[in-house]
Ligand binder design. Structure first.
Ligand SMILES: Cc1cc2nc3c(=O)[nH]c(=O)nc-3n(C[C@H](O)[C@H](O)[C@H](O)COP(=O)(O)OP(=O)(O)OC[C@H]3O[C@@H](n4cnc5c(N)ncnc54)[C@H](O)[C@@H]3O)c2cc1C
Length: 325
């Protein structure tokens, strides 16, 4: 007997893009929708940014007049939207494999073990991850201690109330880098030095002005493809185009890679080496009935952009379903 469960639409990932897509599909009258999330909570990346007294609100609600909130609050708002809808929520469920032609997902979860779900249309809203230094071709070999990724830094600052450095240096100048500088200063560190391989910071002037409330990091932009961390045991600085910049801890931020592994498994077209899935104007992937939404599309986008992108993709899915029925 075929035990595959069938839905009208399946959404992989319950971050801002996946939730935006799910609630819009539900509002548009699509009957059976399931959202599949590998972690045990709704919200994707924002859910890691804890609400904290004296902390920095880094998620801007542009649709609410630009109110900044904590990521955790944004994730709670997403969860509320989802719970109000009729969408089936599958947490702790990781999609491991796809059959793109048959529109079947194989997932594992504690309730069912390994199980197959199929759908008339599928939205990939799997987000993106920070590129490792090796992937960037920057830091070969071993890495000294006191070099952190944003998520590790957040865990130390927000979950454990630990300040891992006093004179930070941040590699990466988009919103994530400026948000990290503000969080470190709010926690007691000095103003960070931010370095990147472009003349101007990638973070918009509006966002930089907002983060000035907490910190005024010094930007050192140099057209250099390589950066070398100095210090044998612990990071003591970086060398950029022969120039030494001292610090007592480094945060590597930004430069996101789309989580397009599932697309690659299913032979859905993905640009390499950027790993961006190839999409049409209405966010359709190379296999019929497959769509992509949010940060998986590549580049850096704030959470609110991803939420609204998910909604836009949902409208394209509704059109697809009505044309194919
Ligand atoms: C480190 C970092 C810091 C950021 N800081 C800010 C900030 O301060 N302010 C701001 O506005 N924006 C920030 N952003 C950007 C913003 O958080 C993202 O753009 C937004 O969360 C992307 O939404 P998304 O739904 O596309 O992906 P995500 O939020 O990444 O959600 C994707 C979801 O898919 C799930 N998933 C992935 N693969 C699978 C699978 N195989 N099976 C099941 N589930 C899966 C993941 O668990 C995740 O929950 C940051 C991004 C990063 C990476």
């Amino acid at each position: 007997m075929d035990s595959t469960k069938h839905f009208n639409v399946l959404i992989i990932g319950a971050g801002p893009a996946g939730v935006g897509a799910a609630v819009t599909l539900s509002k548009r009258g699509i009957k059976s929708i399931a959202i599949i999330e590998r972690s045990d909570k709704i919200g994707g990346i924002p859910s890691f940014y804890k609400k904290k007294k004296g902390g920095v609100r880094t998620f801007v609600r542009w649709s609410r007049g630009g109110i900044p909130v904590f990521g955790e609050e944004y994730a709670q708002w997403l969860e509320k939207q989802l719970l109000k809808s009729k969408v089936r929520i599958e947490l702790q469920s990781q999609v491991l494999n796809i059959d793109a032609k048959k529109k079947i997902l194989t997932l594992v979860n504690p309730k069912e073990g390994e199980v197959n779900y199929s759908a008339d249309a599928i939205v990939m809203a799997c987000g993106s991850r920070e590129e490792t230094p090796a992937e960037r071709g920057w830091l070969a070999g071993s890495r000294p201690v006191r070099v952190f990724f944003t998520k590790q830094l957040l865990s130390l600052l927000d979950d454990n109330h630990l300040l891992p450095m006093n004179n930070p240096l941040i590699i990466g100048s988009d919103l994530i880098g400026y948000a990290a500088a503000a969080k470190l200063k709010a926690a007691g560190a000095s103003d960070a030095v931010i370095v990147d391989n472009c003349n101007r910071p990638k973070c918009s002037i509006f966002e930089r002005l907002y983060f000035r409330m907490w910190s005024n990091p010094k930007y050192q932009g140099l057209k250099s493809k390589s950066i070398e961390i100095t210090g044998n045991k612990a990071a003591s600085g970086v060398r950029l185009n022969g120039k030494n910049i001292p610090c007592d801890g480094i945060v590597i931020c930004g430069e996101l890679i789309p989580n397009s592994e599932l697309a690659l498994i299913g032979n859905i077209k993905v640009e390499l080496p950027s790993r961006k899935p190839v999409v049409t104007e209405d966010y359709q992937l190379s296999e019929s009935g497959w769509f992509a939404a949010g940060n998986i599309l590549g580049g850096f986008h704030g959470a609110e952009w991803c939420y609204f992108n998910g909604r836009r993709v949902a409208r394209a899915v509704v059109n697809y379903l009505s044309e194919s029925s």
